[in-house]
Ligand binder design. Structure first.
Ligand code: BDP
Length: 682
């Protein structure tokens, strides 16, 4: 199955000129040092070359003079001066950085450490797969973000919370799977796009998963960690804050209790005996019913620090999630705005967290909607390590039935200027640690893979995983470049194939937004499973997710004067821009303001006409996706073709349902007819 190989297809090189050029350079490979990671790189190269060039390269330990060869090693294995490499260039590379250089009859594939060598190897393989010339390479690169992490939401019964592509590749029947082949392949995919950390179990840690940190399961965690380690990926576990009670038999999990502290210290010691380079803990506490420090009237800093202190001797980290809000809100009480919760809980704790705690903040203040403003907590804490959390799995964006390519969304978030330290205080400069000089920082994404043959259910959803890795390696890469790369690697470089797929991907987010909840208001989904329309599904429940539509208007008033006051959580001028009805950008209008249906947008349309138009357009664009996709029949792998064809059919049904429910609902509420008379009102 081609779809199983994702973007590591290693297709046979068709262009004869390239074919012979490549063979010249890669027939001999010098592996200058052997580490587990470099061995992984060498293995990957050998497999790829066999498949792309029908070649079994000779592997050597030492360089030689006559023939060209590929040199795999760290910068310590060469004399940089002999190759025209300046010391300052190497100094500029960080530990994961690398150099690819064609010089003196060799191609140097050199990392600052072996991790860099691995990334350099994948870079070279990307070039070969895109049939790029390699005769005069001179490429240096380092990742822009420190922690580049994947969060699995896998449960040990094999299910995956918000998983849309089968069952877990890690767990089955309340245990680890026996055959870890898929885990190894997953490690390859992740490493190929630069991911360097993973947590393997759900942030909601139930009874059985609580025991992952006991001797019952640690040997298996170790086995998995070793696989990832050989691809330069560090393993973390999500833990249960109440573990001292549930595992230790203590009567409390109070972080200030001496016995609790001791318990965590011993636990850390035990874990590190099994896994000396264990990454640390991911923690969801006091959120959606999970236990946490609030039970003991302790702050989240006190809660996180008890774990951090225990992990500190081993260099472990605590990744503490900020998704903390009252999920039992009274919808009539407009002062308890869920959007304000993370900032209100964590902002005042700035400076109180130990330096091996990292706060993990969702990109928006609500919950991974198709459109949200950037979380005002990002940048609000100057003395606290922070990382951002994206959701690669498409919980609210079509669940891998509808195509929704999220790279453009993430890119917008990275580029958003928070003004936390004046102009140019972008989100990317916060999460790469540079704005506040954070010791640790980075990006996490909730995984979208499962044991479906093609990993992601919808073959095009592979682009989200690929794009996530590439973009967080370097948020300055353009969406265009990432998208093209993924298509080249997955489908080949023929224009007839590249263009339609690119068009679909690049229009998919906007299209999904068009036929679902309008103008940033969000939700309107079916409760619980979150697929398909249900305008009032959450409107009168306790979750804090309302649109306040009535016969006169719609939207959430989050202004300072008459609303919840949420806009004040932003730095100036964002706070004023969002607070002002005139300045607020159209796409977020209903997130910040309650307006009459006749309110005129910057686009010139009224809100109600905008709703009608976008919903009709959304459906039409899905029809266009189908047409474009059909043009690919016979030109791409048939398995992938059929998979996407079937998904697009379901997407169209979904889009139509959204269009009709949303438009009818707002027609009934407002009584304002569609200017273009397109509706059959039910
Ligand atoms: C929400 C999901 C829920 C997660 C929660 C979280 O609906 O399944 O457990 O986020 O991030 O999006 O903790």
């Amino acid at each position: 199955e081609e779809s199983y190989r994702c973007w590591l297809q290693y297709r046979f090189v068709q262009d004869t000129q390239r074919f012979y050029q490549y063979r010249k350079w890669v027939s001999n490979i010098v592996v200058a040092r052997e580490t587990e990671i470099i061995n992984s790189a060498a293995r990957e190269l050998q497999d790829a070359l066999k498949s792309m060039l029908n070649l079994k390269p000779s592997i050597w330990r030492h360089p030689f003079h006559q023939q060209p060869f590929l040199f795999l090693g760290s910068y310590e294995d060469i004399n940089p001066e002999n190759h025209g490499i300046s010391a300052s260039l190497l100094n500029r590379l960080d530990d994961e950085g690398y150099l690819l250089k064609t010089v003196n009859n060799q191609i140097l594939v050199i990392g600052k450490t072996d991790r860099g060598t691995l990334y350099a190897t994948f870079h070279l393989l990307r070039l070969l797969q895109c049939e790029q010339p390699i005769d005069s390479l001179e490429i240096t690169d380092s990742p822009k973000n420190q922690l580049r992490m994947i969060n699995q939401w896998d449960n040990m019964d094999g299910s995956i919370e918000r998983g849309y592509s089968g069952n877990s590749i890690f767990f089955r029947d309340n245990d680890f799977v026996d055959d870890l082949t898929r885990v190894k392949n997953y490690a390859r995919f992740l490493a190929s796009v630069g991911i360097n950390a993973i947590s393997i179990n759900n942030v909601n840690v139930w009874n059985l998963e609580t025991r992952l940190i006991t001797k019952e399961f640690l040997p298996k965690v170790k086995e998995v960690a070793e696989i990832f380690k050989s691809y330069a990926i560090t393993v973390f576990l999500s833990i249960n804050f109440a573990s001292p009670i549930e595992l230790g038999g203590l009567s409390t999990a109070d972080p200030l209790d001496r016995d609790v502290q001791k318990w965590w210290e011993n636990k850390a010691k035990e874990i590190y005996q099994y896994i000396p380079d264990f990454g640390g803990f991911v923690v969801k506490a006091d959120s959606e019913g999970r236990p946490g420090p609030f039970t003991y009237h302790r702050s989240h800093a006190e809660g996180a620090n008890v774990l951090a202190r225990a992990l500190k001797p081993y260099n472990g980290k605590v990744i503490w999630r900020c998704f903390v809000y009252n999920y039992l809100q009274d919808w009539r009480d407009r002062s308890t705005d869920r959007a304000k919760a993370a900032y209100d809980h964590f902002g005042p704790l700035d400076g109180q967290f130990l330096d091996n705690v990292i706060l993990q903040i969702k990109n928006g203040p609500m919950d991974f909607q198709v459109r949200e403003p950037v979380s005002p907590l990002l940048g609000a804490m100057k003395k606290t390590n922070q990382m951002i959390e994206f959701q690669i799995t498409q919980e609210y964006t079509g669940q891998q039935i509808d195509v929704c390519y999220l790279v453009p969304q993430w890119k917008e978030v990275f580029d958003f200027d928070t003004y936390a330290q004046g102009e140019s205080s972008t989100v990317k400069s916060i999460v790469n640690g540079s704005l506040y000089n954070c010791k640790y920082s980075g990006v996490a994404g909730v995984s979208n893979i499962g044991d479906d043959v093609n990993w992601t259910g919808h073959a095009l959803a592979q682009a989200n995983l690929y794009g996530f890795g590439r973009l967080i390696w370097n948020p300055d890469l353009s969406t265009e470049q990432i998208t093209k790369e993924w298509i080249y690697l997955t489908f080949g470089i023929h224009q007839q194939v590249v263009e339609p797929i690119k068009w679909i991907l690049l229009h998919s987010w906007e299209t999904y937004e068009n036929y679902t909840a309008p103008l940033g208001v969000g939700w309107m989904v079916n409760p619980n499973h979150h697929y398909g329309p249900n305008v009032d599904g959450y409107e009168y429940s306790k979750w804090g997710t309302y649109h306040f539509a009535d016969r006169d208007g719609i939207g959430v008033d989050r202004t300072v004067e008459t609303g919840t006051g949420y806009t004040a959580q932003y730095f100036s001028p964002c706070s004023e821009i969002y607070n002002s009805l005139e300045c607020c950008p159209d796409e977020l209008l209903l997130f910040f303001h309650h307006v009459p249906y006749s309110h005129q947008l910057k686009s010139g349309k009224t809100v109600i006409q905008h709703i009608y138009d976008t919903h009709f357009e959304g459906v039409e664009t899905v029809k266009l996706f189908i047409k474009l996709w059909d043009s690919l029949e016979g030109k791409i792998d048939n398995g992938i073709f059929q998979n996407v064809k079937e998904r697009l059919k379901r997407q169209l049904e979904n889009a139509i349902e959204w269009r009709d429910q949303i438009n009818t609902y707002f027609y009934r509420k407002s009584g304002v007819p569609d200017e273009k008379n397109r509706m059959i009102y039910r």
